[in-house]
Design a protein around this ligand. Structure first.
Ligand SMILES: [Zn+2]
Length: 973
């Protein structure tokens, strides 16, 4: 009977909505849990990758609800920023690629596309699209709190936030390098670039080498190596220019002209010249005044800084490799007028001493990595390795003048400072992870931005409070904590406003619009009051600073504040109460890409605006989703929009597929085979539920056997594992426990009771067990597969919703160690017997089991007990055993047996020891006797169980002597 997923999903979504079960209001007698996930940008539909982050948050919300919390899980939409502006511009220009994406991948109807010339229409369209998807996949969201970041009331909230930051002196204005799109005329952040790349800006030192009245400004990140320069590199295939830069004359690559202009330098080009013309020329070092030869090198990239590179072959792998080549091919340089003699003179100059390296670390690493040519990609890695060792462990040598003996880290700063001070060097900002491409298709540059507004995340006191907040937070998974610490330390001023885009105007300088990573950091607080704003139609001008100060910080007298703002005092107080009830934020979810910005900004700004009691409590971060092992991308055409996937596989199977195969930070590998197998698995579960419900109709009571008790005891174990896993959001492990591991035990149980099910008096007990399994399982699976579980819950005839039912609790009273060890015994004996049959190739007619004598149990348990605290040795153990008269009488036998078991006991895992010690003497005879029928049916032979010392036993081969506790002796014939 196939499951009609769509019908079941629609049914329950409608019922949930009608009953309003996910709408959370303050309840004084119930603990609250406030969970949020980063609100989406509505500039495309959500796909399976987004599905993972939001589904995880929903599963978390549903789990906490079942744990008895009053859970608030709201959602909003982030319109802020420029992406939709760029999109509508491209649409106006009839950009074919974008139109294709909209029509074929996003399935936007042609009609809707016409409206997209207006940016906000794009946002509104995808807003509704995303929202519909979230409903279809069954998220338990309180939709009464929905808003967009361009709502005028929200704008007021963000203005208040910025005034708070300004009062705390965390806002500043000045010149600052920013990633910049020349085409849009706007700063760019991670959200504005293709592939969501954050532009990384570094400061290069431009060391000026004198060339006949001109300067060749060599760009370097390692100014301290200027003492080791042997030659200069230019690319002969590249166009250079002589240009007036501010008041000096420079030779630089053509590509660097525009970049220098963006950095506020005046550049006037005088003449253009080819790299070839400069090869073989001589220039002068600013530190030694020595003559230095210009040589050709392919690796010089005219787009990188000035396109002029100094050569330090002792410490830079690129330079070392290039110099080696020049030496090999010296004859080719004759055309530049460079003599063999001049080349022979070039030798690497070692200026840094590093432990465990020769004087020429670059040469060491190049040899180790077996790098042969200058275009080898391993050169990057080699460069980083040399740099890392020299930076951390290197010291400057005597040939570096006043810097001798300094650690490289310090020398780097001092050399740069002194060269700049004496006019021998300047600095230049450059992107180090280029090319960074803006969403509009233009390559980004660095621009010095005048009068830019910043949030100063570099403030040391602020960093200290951010660390304090982080230290008190739970980070899931915990492995990510060092990354957060690193980001807090590393953050500096962040441009927080721009001159275009949607969003909130900077309250004191309304030409500026607050950008998207700055207006999305404390908005969780706004959810708590949004319900009232909506319900009472609160107007933006009623949301004064005093109103927010009262709601969020408890400042002022409510009657006065309300009167001043022309706001109903009751409404004001309700907002304050609701915020006070739900705040602080208990859990914040997001994908991993937001650790280095959004999530850390959230920590910072919370500490700046709110008192410590209202700081966020937890961050949960998840990995991304791969499609059949590959990254999802438009170019690969492997992006499946979420709504389409729901249609294809069903909401519950899809929720399962994105969560069941990987833990938090791992990438989940999605495939339609996987989703279909999840669907099959859930359908089998549904089948089991329907059958169990039908079977229970007229069944009462019945004695539980050992096997029944075993099954119920195992169930407790799976409940415990699932609960512990869910507490850490290890959903994969929880599902594994609640479904797959439990199922393994269940299959064994079914095998054990296969025949008994026919016996009426057994049937009722078995049905009771099945019911208990179903009851626990449907609850444990409900957070991940809510629709099908709700349907089963109804079929079970239960009251209310499984979505609101109690999560099963681990019941220690139900744990039955005796039953567990007994069942393990049955299992092992069956397995051992089958192994013997396989090895001997006989088909037995009669099987005899002999269980160990009581004295063996005495010796066994004494050894076990002793081994808990120490490694047992034979002599000491025997001494102790011989204090017992009954054992002393049979000393030789005891010694022989002890020798046999001692190694095994020493190697036994602790938990197994404790279990067996708890059980004490297992009644093996009775256990195996009860399972006689089962063995006979499995082994197709007559089965007899004897005690080792039973005088009536059948034991023609004296096998019974071999019996050991938990290891009965076996004799087949
Ligand atoms: Zn652009």
């Amino acid at each position: 009977m196939p499951v009609d997923w769509e019908k079941i999903e629609e049914k329950w979504q409608k019922v949930w909505g009608k009953a309003g079960i996910f709408e959370a209001d303050p309840e004084s007698n119930k603990p609250k849990y406030f969970i949020t996930v980063a609100y989406p940008y509505p500039n495309s539909p959500q796909h399976i990758g987004h599905g993972r982050t939001y589904t995880l948050a929903d599963v978390h919300a549903r789990y906490m609800r079942m744990r008895g919390y009053n859970v608030l899980f709201p959602m909003a939409f982030h319109y802020t920023g420029t992406p939709v502006l760029a999109m509508s511009k491209r649409l106006k220009e009839r950009d074919k690629e974008l139109i294709d994406t909209f029509v074929h991948i996003y399935k936007v109807p042609k009609e809707a596309l016409k409206d997209f010339v207006e940016p906000v229409k794009i946002a509104q369209y995808f807003h509704e699209e995303i929202k519909a998807g979230m409903k279809k996949i069954g998220y338990s969201i309180d939709w009464r709190r929905e808003f967009t970041t361009i709502d005028p009331q929200y704008n007021r909230f963000i203005e208040w936030q910025f005034k708070k930051l300004s009062e705390a002196r965390f806002i500043s204005q000045g010149s600052h390098p920013v990633g910049w799109c020349p085409s849009d005329g706007n700063p760019v952040g991670q959200h504005d670039t293709q592939g969501d790349v954050e532009p990384e800006i570094e400061e290069f030192t431009l060391i000026k080498f004198d060339y006949d009245g001109y300067f060749l400004p060599a760009a370097t990140l390692r100014p301290e190596t200027v003492f080791g320069v042997t030659n200069m590199w230019l690319n002969p295939e590249v166009e250079y220019v002589k240009a007036k830069v501010d008041n000096e004359q420079w030779v630089i690559s053509k590509e660097s002209i525009e970049k220098l202009r963006y950095l506020n330098r005046k550049v006037e080009v005088e003449e253009s010249l080819s790299g070839k013309e400069l090869i073989g020329e001589k220039i002068k070092s600013p530190v030694s005044n020595e003559e230095i030869l210009i040589l050709p090198a392919d690796f010089v990239d005219p787009k990188n800084a000035t396109g002029v590179v100094m050569s330090v072959p002792a410490h830079a792998p690129y330079d070392y490799i290039a110099l080696e080549r020049v030496k090999r091919e010296a004859s080719k340089l004759e055309k530049y007028g460079i003599t063999q003699e001049a080349i022979d003179k070039l030798k690497p100059i070692s200026i840094i001493a590093v432990p465990n390296y020769s004087p020429y670390p670059a040469a060491d690493v190049v040899k180790d990595m077996n790098i042969q040519n200058q275009l080898d990609p391993s050169l990057e890695k080699a460069t980083r390795e040399v740099y890392r060792h020299e930076f951390h462990n290197g010291r400057m040598k005597e040939n570096t003048g006043e810097y001798v003996g300094l650690p490289v880290a310090e020398a780097k700063e001092r050399v740069k400072e002194n060269l700049v001070k004496t006019g021998k060097a300047e600095t230049m900002y450059e992107l180090v992870n280029k090319p960074v491409i803006c969403r509009c298709g233009t390559e980004c540059v660095v621009k010095i931005f005048q009068d830019q507004w910043f949030i100063n995340y570099g403030n040391p006191e602020w960093k200290a409070t951010a660390h304090k907040c982080l230290n008190n937070m739970e980070i899931l998974p915990e492995d990510l904590r060092p990354e957060f610490n690193y980001v807090i330390d590393w953050l500096h001023e962040k441009a927080c406003a721009r001159k275009a885009g949607l969003g909130t105007k900077l309250p004191w300088d309304p030409e500026w619009i607050i950008e998207s990573l700055s207006d999305s950091v404390i908005y969780m607080a706004y959810y708590t009051i949004m319900k009232h704003i909506q319900k009472h139609n609160v107007q933006p001008d009623q949301l004064t600073d005093a109103v927010f100060n009262y709601i969020f910080l408890g400042i002022g007298q409510p009657n006065e504040v309300a009167k001043e703002a022309a706001l109903n005092q009751k409404v004001l107080e309700q907002m304050h109460n609701e915020f006070s009830y739900f705040y602080p934020l208990d859990s914040r979810h997001s994908g991993r890409d937001l650790v280095s910005n959004h999530l850390t900004f959230m920590i910072f700004v919370h500490t700046a605006v709110f008192p410590e009691t209202l700081w966020p409590c937890q961050i949960a971060v998840n990995g991304s989703v791969l499609m059949e092992g590959q990254k999802m991308s438009k170019s690969l055409g492997n992006i499946i929009p979420l709504r389409e996937a729901i249609k294809m596989f069903g909401a519950d199977p899809l929720r399962f597929a994105v969560l069941a195969t990987s833990e938090l930070l791992q990438d989940a590998d999605f495939s339609s085979t996987l989703a279909k197998s999840m669907r099959d698995r859930l359908e089998r579960f549904y089948q089991f539920a329907v059958e169990t419900v039908q079977a229970q109709a007229n069944v009462k009571g019945g004695q539980l056997t050992l096997t029944d008790r075993w099954m119920l005891s195992r169930l407790q174990e799976h409940v415990r594992t699932a609960t512990r896993s869910m507490d850490k959001l290890m959903v994969r492990k929880a599902i594994h426990s609640a479904l797959y591991a439990l199922d393994q035990d269940f299959q064994w149980y079914l095998r054990r009771i296969a025949k008994e099910n026919m016996v009426p008096k057994r049937k009722s007990a078995i049905t009771e067990v099945l019911n208990k399994i179903l009851d626990a399982q449907v609850r444990m699976l409900a957070p991940v597969a809510p629709h099908i579980c709700e349907e089963i819950w109804e079929k079970m005839g239960r009251e209310g919703f499984v979505s609101l039912a109690e999560w099963p609790t681990y019941n220690e009273a139900r744990v039955d160690m005796g039953a567990e060890e007994g069942e393990t015994l049955v299992r092992n004996v069956l397995e051992d017997t089958l192994n013997i049959i396989k090895a001997t190739k006989i088909a037995p007619k009669r099987i005899n089991y002999y269980v160990a004598a009581p004295w063996k149990w005495k010796v066994y348990l004494t050894s076990l007990e002793k081994s808990v605290s120490e490694r047992i040795v034979l002599s000491a153990l025997m001494k102790e055993l011989m204090t017992r008269p009954d054992l002393k009488k049979m000393a030789e036998k005891v010694a022989k047996f002890t020798r046999l078991i001692i190694d095994e006991i020493n190697q036994m895992p602790d938990d197994k020891k404790h279990r067996q010690l708890q059980v004490k003497v297992l009644n093996e005879h009775q256990t195996l006797k009860e399972a006689e029928n089962f063995f006979e049916q499995e082994l197709n032979a007559k089965v007899h169980v004897y005690s080792e010392e039973d005088s009536q036993r059948y034991d023609p081969k004296k096998k019974s002597e071999l019996a050991r506790p938990y290891r009965p002796a076996i004799y087949l014939e």
